[in-house]
Design a binder for this molecule. Structure first.
Ligand code: CA
Length: 178
């Protein structure tokens, strides 16, 4: 899963990139609104972590334009603006969730995973395809109940494929998620 991190604070951005990377995500980090807009034009991201106070183009304006283009990418607002009105405005503009700084990295990762699952129409924590079960949190894969040992790269690839069962559904078996 590839994430776009839009954050102009160097310290926070570094910590987020590290934490999300450790959790198995591929993270591209931009620090400015216009750069974020360009990156999003590629359509390669599965989710955006969006700071609101940004140089170049404000996060809220970015979000508004994204939804105006009917881009369905999940947006997680990460902001220090703790006023209720900002949070409501963000959700009304089409954000899917928000976390307030300072936040716990584990919580951030959990929220990202929850949004990705929801987008894939999968409310539960496990990905399943036939006899194959992948647990994104424990980072375990089981085939017919037996643990399968995979490299980090292999795991990430399998997770991506299983997140999009419609794109890779085998003919002989149905994939689903719970
Ligand atoms: Ca900022």
């Amino acid at each position: 899963m590839r994430l776009l991190l839009v954050e102009d604070d160097a310290m926070i951005g570094r910590a987020m990139r590290q934490g999300l990377g450790d959790a198995g995500f591929v993270v591209d980090w931009v620090t400015e609104g216009r750069a974020a807009e360009l990156a999003l034009g590629n359509g390669v991201y599965d989710l955006v972590l969006l700071d609101l106070g940004l140089p170049g183009k404000d996060g809220m304006a970015l979000l508004r334009d994204l939804r105006k283009r009917h881009d369905p990418i999940p947006v997680l607002i990460v902001t220090a603006r703790d006023a209720v009105s900002d949070r409501i405005a963000g959700l009304n503009e089409g954000a899917d969730d928000y976390v307030l700084k300072p936040f716990d990295l584990d919580e951030l990762v959990a929220r990202v995973r929850a949004l990705l699952r929801r987008r894939a129409g999968n409310p539960g924590p496990l990905l399943e395809c036939g006899n194959l079960v992948l647990d994104p949190v424990k980072r375990e894969v089981r085939l017919q109940g037996e643990a399968v040992s995979l490299s980090a790269k292999e795991f990430a690839l399998l997770e991506t494929l299983m997140q999009r069962p419609g794109a890779v559904r085998p003919r002989s078996s149905r994939c689903w998620k719970r």
